[in-house]
Design a binder for this molecule. Structure first.
Ligand code: ADP
Ligand code: ADP
Ligand code: ZN
Length: 214
């Protein structure tokens, strides 16, 4: 099963993608996580990506597309995957389409997690990320047992550089201009499904499972 998660920054794509990956036993591929790992490891790609990420802008398509095409070659992708944060532009979606068509494949579902802009800043200001394992929490909606420490690995939690309110507003604009058109793109292919992302995260999950099947 090949699934794309769509939605505004902070809509809950990553949260749902992690739960779905565990349920269906397919990898969760997050381009944001891949870039953050590259930044942490001091790679050339990381340095390039950071310039854009810190401003709330998208990393140029050619950097993202090569990276993701490489990732699909890995053995764990043979039964499908959940894409979180890719594609984010029409050219990225077209590149993905072309690569899949070349091997006789296509995307099964694009899931749009719908959350209005008014809720997004609140979501993002409370988001906390684990520096150790990458787990995501929210100070109000998904708090850790011990404040500031990851439940899974015990490492410290941080606020992402790009989750500052002024950067979040830029990211929302970028989302509306460059990523939202993908909803029409995947609707035209007949694979677009929408879920309400404002309800409890377990209810969002149940709604997605109802679409994908047990
Ligand atoms: P969010 O939590 O907003 O969905 P991500 O972790 O997916 O954020 O992405 C963080 C940043 O990484 C983006 O704002 C963008 O700069 C960069 N990025 C991630 N995926 C892509 C992509 N497919 N195309 C371009 N830039 C990307
Ligand atoms: P995205 O990957 O779309 O940027 P995340 O999955 O990182 O979004 O979620 C953004 C923040 O909102 C995180 O702090 C997360 O814990 C929280 N969150 C996710 N889903 C929900 C939900 N349904 N209700 C409330 N908070 C949520
Ligand atoms: Zn952790």
């Amino acid at each position: 099963m090949k699934i794309i998660m769509l939605g505004a920054p902070g809509a809950g794509k990553g949260t749902q993608a992690k739960m779905l990956a565990a349920k269906y036993d397919i990898p969760h591929i997050s381009t944001g996580d891949i870039f953050r790992a590259n930044i942490k490891n001091g790679t050339e790609l990381g340095a390039k990506a950071k310039e854009y990420m810190d401003k709330g802008l998208l990393v140029p398509d050619e950097l993202v597309v090569d990276l993701i095409m490489d990732r699909f070659q890995a053995d764990d992708c043979k039964n499908g995957y959940i894409l979180d944060g890719f594609p984010r532009t029409i050219p990225q979606a077209e590149a993905l389409d072309k690569a899949l068509a070349a091997v006789g494949e296509s995307i099964d579902y694009a899931i749009n997690v719908e959350v209005p802009d008014e809720n997004i800043v609140n979501r993002m200001s409370g988001r906390r990320a684990c520096v150790g394992c990458g787990a995501t929490y929210h100070i109000k909606y998904s708090p850790t047992k011990v404040e500031g420490k990851c439940d899974t690995c015990g490492a410290d939690l941080i606020i992402r550089d790009d989750d500052k309110p002024e950067t979040v507003l830029n990211r929302l604009n970028v989302y509306h201009e460059q990523t939202q058109p993908l909803i029409d793109f995947y609707s035209a292919k007949g694979v677009m499904k929408e879920v309400d992302g404002t309800v409890d995260m377990n209810d969002v999950f149940d709604a997605i499972v109802a679409i994908l099947g047990e």
